[in-house]
Write a protein that binds this ligand. Structure first.
Ligand SMILES: NC(=O)c1ccc[n+]([C@@H]2O[C@H](COP(=O)([O-])OP(=O)(O)OC[C@H]3O[C@@H](n4cnc5c(N)ncnc54)[C@H](OP(=O)(O)O)[C@@H]3O)[C@@H](O)[C@H]2O)c1
Length: 193
């Protein structure tokens, strides 16, 4: 990071680069990048990290609080855990055999069922589906989710999610069930936060 970040400064000064964001950085690295850019009058303007009900390490490491305090947008990726949190994949209907998603998630679908059932039941009351609620949860936590839509109707889910307000009880129940699932979905490319 101290090696590459300074090279962005002339590009920012010339206007060739307008904004700097970082991905998969821990809090120490985010602060360091911000400090290096800050010495030249610039700043880190966006963070993009893995954040979902099943993977809240950025929250536990204080990155969400830091972003809130500094006014930096936090873009959450893998909010739906590549489809495993949508409720449409189950022991009876696992993720496509041979896919990298299947290797990661098919072994944990049974543990995820109480959580995906809860996402669905909260959704039913609001005319929404389980993935919409998982997305609404990420919005309620102050993040901007980046959802990997693969079908046109998934976009309708994003519109629904943006209009859903979860109660504090909903959020607490979802997080309790997520913790109880006791799974680790950290990607092979991700470091401990
Ligand atoms: N910076 C990084 O290291 C990094 C790493 C990973 C991802 N990302 C970014 O994050 C984005 C999202 O990641 P992702 O696509 O891996 O994970 P994701 O958003 O957690 O999951 C996407 C999957 O969820 C399902 N889905 C999406 N919307 C749905 C809906 N409304 N209803 C039902 N199912 C729905 C789709 O499954 P089906 O196709 O099976 O329907 C889709 O393949 C990527 O596009 C990428 O830009 C960044």
């Amino acid at each position: 990071m101290p090696r590459w970040t300074p090279h962005l400064i002339p590009l920012l000064k010339s206007g060739k680069v307008k904004h700097v964001g970082v991905s998969n950085h821990n809090l120490r690295e985010i602060k360091l990048a911000d400090q290096i850019l800050g010495e030249a009058g610039f700043r880190v303007e966006a963070i993009q990290n893995h954040y979902s009900l099943l993977y809240r390490s950025c929250e536990h490491a204080g990155i969400l609080d830091y972003c809130r305090d500094q006014g930096i947008p936090f873009f959450a990726y893998m909010v739906l855990e590549q489809g495993a949190l949508t409720g449409k994949y189950s022991l009876e209907n696992p993720l496509p055999e041979g896919s990298s998603r299947a290797k990661i998630y098919n072994g944990m679908l049974a543990q995820l069922k109480p959580l995906t059932d809860k996402l669905a039941s909260i959704g039913e009351k609001q005319g929404a589906a389980a993935p919409d609620i998982a997305t609404a949860w990420a919005i309620a936590k102050g993040t901007t989710p980046i959802i990997g839509v693969t079908k046109p109707h998934h976009v309708d889910g994003l519109v629904r999610a943006s209009g859903i307000t979860l109660t504090g009880d909903d959020i607490a129940e979802l997080e309790t069930l997520a913790d109880a699932a006791n799974v680790n979905t950290r990607g092979f490319w991700e470091q401990e936060m």
